[in-house]
Design a binder for this molecule. Structure first.
Ligand code: PHE
Length: 339
């Protein structure tokens, strides 16, 4: 038995050294180390031999197993290294890799996010409405009479079915009040559309942010305080706000807000329209709701709206509004973070 084991061990090591490739080597491994391989089978025969012989035979078998495994693994490593070397031959690690393009947010989206974050801190929630809406939401409910120029076909995009591309995001004031009871604090970023001649400062599609706050005891002071807080948060503490009397059908009194910020320019810039919600707007909402939830005797509110495109242009130093919608990657790549 002992002589047999020694003989087998020699043969098995010879089989390893004569294995010319990886797959032959795998067969050799299986032949000896596999579940029913030679080494296991010989171990099983231990039971048949005399007790005194067992420790000696056991030792020999162990020696065989470990020397075989050692030599086998060494040979396996040689084959593995050869395969790796072959792979590297056909591969030039000095070649530049393929760069993965990482997208970034559009400068308008970045500004919307900043504006929303400021209003969130004041307890405003985001609301949305459709870009295609009815004249009722866009005009009638907002106390805008049939002869108002905004309703003119020259100024507004009408669809054949009578609906239109909303001319402002104020439509969502109505939709929000229709759905929820006061008090209400919402902000509405979104697109608005007008039949403007497209040039460096005008697009027929632009972006607005609507702000609406409705509840008991809301005053013009709240409007002023909120607007001033907002513009200072956005443009710096030295930003000044000026409220100029103006007219909007859906607010009374109404104002335009001019701001002056060393961050932007030395001049006053007209940036937003605002006012106290006109009682006629509350009445239109009540009529649609079929209740008296927005009782103008008890409830008041302020609204304001401003264009985001011009603000982005000023903050980024772009002098042509069309760049915001052309999706030129060279332009977009300049704004990969905050500006
Ligand atoms: N919707 C007005 C516009 O587009 C802005 C505005 C909003 C004015 C809310 C007053 C109140 O010009």
């Amino acid at each position: 038995m002992q002589a047999l084991i020694e003989q087998q061990e020699k043969e098995s090591l010879a089989a390893i050294s004569s294995a010319s490739n990886d797959s032959v080597l795998r067969e050799v491994r299986l032949l000896y180390l596999g579940k029913s391989g030679l080494i296991s089978r010989m171990s099983e025969q231990m039971r048949a031999i005399a007790k005194e012989e067992r420790p000696i035979v056991g030792k020999l078998l162990n020696h065989w197993r470990s020397s075989f495994t050692q030599v086998l693994e060494a040979k396996e490593k040689i084959f593995r290294d050869q395969a790796d070397a072959l792979l590297f031959e056909s591969l030039d690690p000095t070649l530049p890799g393929t760069t993965r393009c990482q997208g970034s947010l559009h400068p308008l989206t970045l500004l919307i996010d900043r504006v929303v974050a400021i209003y969130r801190r004041l307890g405003f929630a985001m609301a949305e409405g459709p870009d295609i809406d009815s004249p009722w939401y866009c005009f009638d409910a907002l106390n805008t009479p049939a002869d108002h120029p905004a309703r003119n076909e020259q100024d507004t995009f009408y669809l054949p079915d009578g609906r239109l591309l909303r001319t402002h995001t104020s439509t969502v004031q109505i939709r929000a009040m229709e759905q929820a009871l006061p008090p209400l604090r919402i902000i509405v970023p979104g697109s608005a559309y007008r039949r403007d001649e497209v040039d460096a400062t005008h697009l027929s599609q632009f972006t607005q942010m609507e702000v609406l706050c409705v509840g008991e005891g809301i005053t013009l002071g709240d409007l002023k305080g909120t607007a001033e807080f907002f513009f200072r948060e956005l443009l710096g503490v030295n930003t000044e706000c000026r409220f100029r009397p103006h007219f909007f059908p859906f607010t009374e009194p109404s104002f335009e807000i001019d701001i002056r910020s060393s961050h932007l320019s030395k001049k006053w810039l007209e940036l937003a329209g605002c006012g106290m919600v006109d009682p006629a707007v509350f009445e239109a909402v009540n009529q649609k709701r079929g209740d008296h939830a927005y009782d103008p005797e008890k409830i008041s509110g302020f609204a304001f709206g401003f264009g985001l495109d011009r603000l982005v242009m000023m903050l980024t130093g772009i002098d042509d509004i069309r760049m915001l919608s052309e999706n030129d990657l060279r332009f977009l790549k300049r704004f990969t973070g905050e500006y």
